[in-house]
Design a protein around this ligand. Structure first.
Ligand SMILES: [Zn+2]
Length: 497
């Protein structure tokens, strides 16, 4: 069989102060076909699983662009069009040399560009025109996806990961491959129903009641006797609430084997259940003062151990600048000791630290540079503890190592801050360790990450505290300057389903 695969991913935060262009993709990952060697293909969002599985079955595989950028504002129009058209040209070339049996597009599901509200729908529409109505087109998404009609109309099966943190992309990629392969062999005839769930929120899957709900949704895939139809897959699309367009929001997709009524009924049933737990789906967040009080109380109860605090409002992994100072300032004002913070994106401060050298003590202006949601800069006397260049840190699994950029570990009072010049979130303790700071030797560790940190910090943390400081990713829906979302929507509107 002949298989085409491409990756184009961006989680677009309409309110982000960080612009997005082709260079933004190059900074994270932007690979073009390299003669089929695929030598530097990292296990990102399941794409390696798809390619390896196809190859193991003896398929002819063409891997087109692999492009992924850190979340930020809508992509510059012409740069999106170039990225899109490179993929479409590769697809056209491939169809020109023979029939294409399977197309896999690994996308995010919340990508916007200037002039394009729905990049995934746009790309899929154009890809479908090239491959024709009968080609099996599989789409793998991040669960923070806003699924539109254009996406549904032009994909054969859309599947998102189940877990937040997203530790299961490879597993889902394997399932998607299996089903698309079955479509290409004419063994199944997928039909998908969507039930829109009018809510804008974030849901942590390790905690109840989401844990049980995710498992329950999955049980329909494993045991079709529960729904008297063959359920191929269930996707709980959480939505990405920072994408300001009419399609933003959660939904449930159910794909059955040629049973549209069964798909519709189960999607509605699960959609209503999803809506019913909207209030309880996320860990409660605390204000800065409440969070520091809570951490202090937890630490007073344990003579050793580390409290890990999420500064999710400044999570670059959702489009924030990652240079906010609100929480660090509060730590300094309280005179807290044994504190470490990562990753604070400040290329200018990193440059100055490298100019001064390790061991230097100097006055430095840190953070607070991008805009009002970054807070005021901190003017501090710091010691340059450690400088690194060329290090990598881990995402969810040991194979997923990505560049950390240049880092400068600086210290002031009892607070150590990992500065870097490549905007990204710390998802693993290696973000600290590679920069020269052992987080587990500290009493309080602040991570500029909303939830992805959880998978690899929680096992060793004495406790986790979620702080909702000001910032581009602040959890307060009411403070976001929405202009284009569909209303009514919870929690902005009081609605019943
Ligand atoms: Zn996500």
């Amino acid at each position: 069989m002949r298989v085409f695969c491409a990756v184009l991913g961006h989680e677009t935060n309409s309110f982000s102060p960080i612009p997005t262009n082709r260079d933004s993709f190059a900074e994270t990952v932007l690979l073009r076909p390299d003669g089929g060697q695929l030598s530097h293909l990292i296990p990102l969002m399941g794409v390696k699983t798809i390619v390896d599985t196809a190859k193991s079955l003896g398929c002819e595989v063409i891997l087109s662009t692999i492009a992924f950028a850190q979340p930020s504002a809508p992509t510059v129009k012409k740069d999106y069009e170039i990225l899109r058209d490179e993929i479409l040209e590769d697809l056209k070339d491939f169809t020109g040399t023979g029939p294409v049996d399977m197309v896999f597009l690994v996308l995010h599901g919340a990508m916007m560009a200037q002039g394009y509200d729905d990049c995934e729908g746009d790309l899929l529409q154009r890809a479908r025109l090239i491959v024709g109505p009968d080609c099996a087109v599989g789409v793998l998404l991040d669960l923070h996806c806003n699924i539109t009609e254009a996406m549904l109309d032009n994909a054969t099966i859309i599947m998102a990961c189940r877990e937040y943190p997203h530790v299961d992309f490879d597993e889902r990629a394997g399932e998607l491959f299996e089903q698309i392969h079955a479509v290409a062999r004419h063994e199944i005839k997928p039909t998908t129903a969507q039930y829109r769930v009018p809510m804008l929120s974030i849901f942590h899957t390790p905690r109840q009641p989401m844990r049980s709900f995710v498992d329950r949704a999955r049980s329909f895939e494993d045991d079709s006797s529960k729904s008297q139809t063959t359920v191929l897959q269930v996707t709980l699309a959480h939505g990405f609430p920072w994408s300001d367009f009419p399609g933003a929001g959660a939904s449930v997709l159910v794909t059955t084997d040629d049973d549209p009524v069964g798909a519709t009924e189960l999607a509605e049933q699960l959609g209503r259940e999803f809506f019913a737990l909207r209030d309880q789906g996320t860990e409660p967040t605390l204000s800065i003062e409440e969070a520091l009080d809570a951490a202090g109380a937890l630490l007073a109860d344990t003579p050793t151990g580390t409290v890990v605090m999420s500064d999710g409002s400044d999570n670059s992994g959702g489009g924030a600048a990652s240079d906010s100072t609100f929480l660090i300032r509060a730590c300094l004002e309280r005179g807290l000791a044994d504190v470490a913070v990562a990753l604070l994106w400040d290329p200018v401060a990193v440059e100055m630290a490298f100019a001064a050298g390790e061991g230097a003590v100097l006055n430095m202006r840190i953070g607070g540079k991008v805009g009002p949601l970054s807070g005021d800069p901190l003017d501090l006397e710091v010691k340059i503890v450690k400088l690194t260049e060329g290090k990598r840190h881990q995402l969810w699994t040991a194979e997923q190592l990505v560049p950390l950029g240049r880092t400068a570990l600086v210290e002031t009072g009892g607070v150590q801050i990992v500065l870097n010049d490549l905007r990204q979130q710390p998802m693993h303790p290696s973000a600290f360790l590679e920069a020269g700071c052992d987080p587990w030797s500290k009493r309080l560790v602040i991570v500029k990450s909303s939830q992805h940190f959880y998978a690899n910090f929680e096992p060793q943390a004495a406790a986790i505290v979620y702080c909702d400081a000001p910032g581009s990713m602040n959890g307060n829906v009411f403070e976001r300057p929405y202009r284009r979302i569909t209303r009514p929507v919870w929690p902005l509107d009081d609605i019943e389903l």
